[in-house]
Design a protein around this ligand. Structure first.
Ligand SMILES: [Zn+2]
Length: 114
């Protein structure tokens, strides 16, 4: 299976939205994803996406998107990037240390072709 970047939106511990990019390196901003985030804004926990080819970091585009989302929602969300070997997490605007992997992380890896 080809590797591809996948996004999960998590609210109350459940996946309430997911979408897939045809490119492994780029997940374009999606109007439908934004609509899902807005619809679940009261109960949103986290927005996660995969970097099936790395890097083990948020990209500059990710940082811009996360800042814009936090500003639009009026509170800092939790964000994560899932790579073949790592889970990278940002909370309150800052990257935090190693976290245990929630149940949906293997699912995100599988959906991404890792
Ligand atoms: Zn990214």
């Amino acid at each position: 299976m080809a590797r591809r970047e996948v996004c999960f939106v998590i609210a109350r511990g459940a996946i309430v939205w997911s979408d897939v990019s045809s490119s492994p390196a780029l997940l374009p901003d999606s109007r439908d994803r934004w609509d899902a985030i807005w619809a679940h804004r009261e109960t949103l926990d986290e927005v996660a996406h995969s970097h099936p080819l790395g890097p083990d970091a948020f990209s500059p585009e990710d940082e811009t998107t996360m800042d814009a989302l936090d500003a639009a929602l009026g509170r800092p969300l939790r964000y994560s990037v899932v790579t073949p070997t790592l889970l990278i997490v940002r909370e309150h605007g800052h990257r935090v240390g190693e976290q245990s992997e929630p149940w949906w992380v293997p699912l995100l890896r599988a959906a991404s072709g890792m």
